[in-house]
Design a protein around this ligand. Structure first.
Ligand SMILES: [Zn+2]
Length: 350
């Protein structure tokens, strides 16, 4: 009886999932399907953490976690997979997440990918997956996921939260509306973000709970599963409001579904440098493998340097540079891409 505190290695699989198998919608057959399922979670911040934790505990057999970022103290309020030690070490979120998930379920496979999902690597990063879950924080990546999913006829679930507001949509290519059916254009003007409007951890966890439940229905019953929601669902946990918009059919003039125009997947090449919120700039270098020990020595005279196997951090007032082994960098303390480029060129290479 695992309730009595027997060591983890003696937990029987039947016991682990017994309360879930008892639920009529799942049963032993459903549990077997979950064990064989392969799900990608793209972005492992607040929503991604909650999705990953729920699906790992539910026994989804293979989880692939794709994330480009590292853990910071301001994440801990809502990113439930991370702790203070992860933030102190600036661990990449994908690595920290995999460690945490495997600590509570060693019976599944967790595949951590520390990478920025872009048109050039999406095929490699999502290969072999049966379902894609959205833990991203930007529309650019969501349109890319949507193009990939519609082109490959692969289901994906859109989830987003900001402030006290959450929204989610199941995209079942060929059956329901896709993201481009409902939102043909990137939202223009000022878009609310967690950096500008803050976020309630309860709004995130609610949206993740709903999306994770839809994921279970899909993995067990397939896209024809009768209880799968076919609406865009939104709610505000502070104002107690909710709304649903029908998404039951692809729009006949949709760029992706109807015209098969996958412009985001075709990837008009991404800019080499982008803003990435929080007063920081990302340099999308990936062809510059970095020897952290050597770089640490080289940077010592210019500021404070620290590294582990996964990231190197360099503080050079008023900037903070985080370098990844492939040469990618996030520079905090500026939104000026020219400043970031200069700093990178000076200390890493041009
Ligand atoms: Zn569409």
């Amino acid at each position: 009886m695992n309730d009595l505190g027997e060591p983890a290695q003696r937990v029987e699989l039947g016991d682990r999932y017994s309360r879930q198998v008892l639920f009529r919608g799942i049963g032993p057959e459903g549990q077997k399907k979950l064990a064989e399922a392969r799900v990608a979670i793209v972005g492992c911040g607040a929503t991604g953490s909650a999705l990953a934790a729920l699906l790992a505990r539910a026994g989804v057999g293979t989880l692939r976690i794709v994330d480009r970022d590292y853990v910071e103290p301001s994440n801990l309020q809502r990113q439930f997979l991370f702790d203070e030690a992860d933030a102190a070490e600036s661990l990449p979120k994908a690595i920290a997440a995999a460690r945490k998930l495997l600590a509570f379920n060693s019976a599944i496979v967790v595949d951590a990918k520390v990478d920025d999902l872009v048109p050039a690597n999406i095929e490699a990063l999502l290969e072999g997956m049966m379902l894609i879950l959205d833990g991203t924080d930007n529309f650019e990546t969501r349109y890319l996921l949507n193009d990939y999913a519609v082109a490959r006829c692969l289901p994906w679930i859109y989830s987003a939260a900001v402030g006290s507001y959450g929204v989610t949509l199941n995209v079942l290519p060929g059956l329901t509306a896709c993201l481009a059916c409902l939102f043909p254009e990137l939202p223009g003007g000022m878009v609310e973000t967690c950096e500008t409007s803050g976020i309630l951890n309860s709004a995130v966890n609610l949206v993740a709970s709903i999306a994770a439940t839809e994921a279970l229905k899909l993995l067990i019953g397939g896209p024809g599963s009768p209880h799968l929601r076919r609406t865009l669902l939104s709610f505000d946990v502070w104002k107690n409001e909710h709304a649903e918009v029908s998404a039951s059919r692809p729009r006949p003039d949709c760029r992706a579904c109807a015209n098969r125009d996958f412009s985001h997947l075709a990837g008009r090449a991404r800019p080499h440098i982008t803003l990435c919120g929080r007063n920081s700039v990302q340099i999308h270098e990936r062809q510059r493998p970095i020897d952290f020990a050597e770089m640490d020595r080289r940077l010592q005279p210019h500021g404070v340097v620290r590294h582990n196997d996964f990231v190197l951090k360099f503080w050079h007032e008023p900037y903070e540079m985080t370098l990844f082994p492939d040469g990618r960098a996030i520079i905090k303390g500026t939104t000026d891409t020219a400043v970031a480029r200069t700093l990178y060129a000076r200390y890493v290479g041009s």
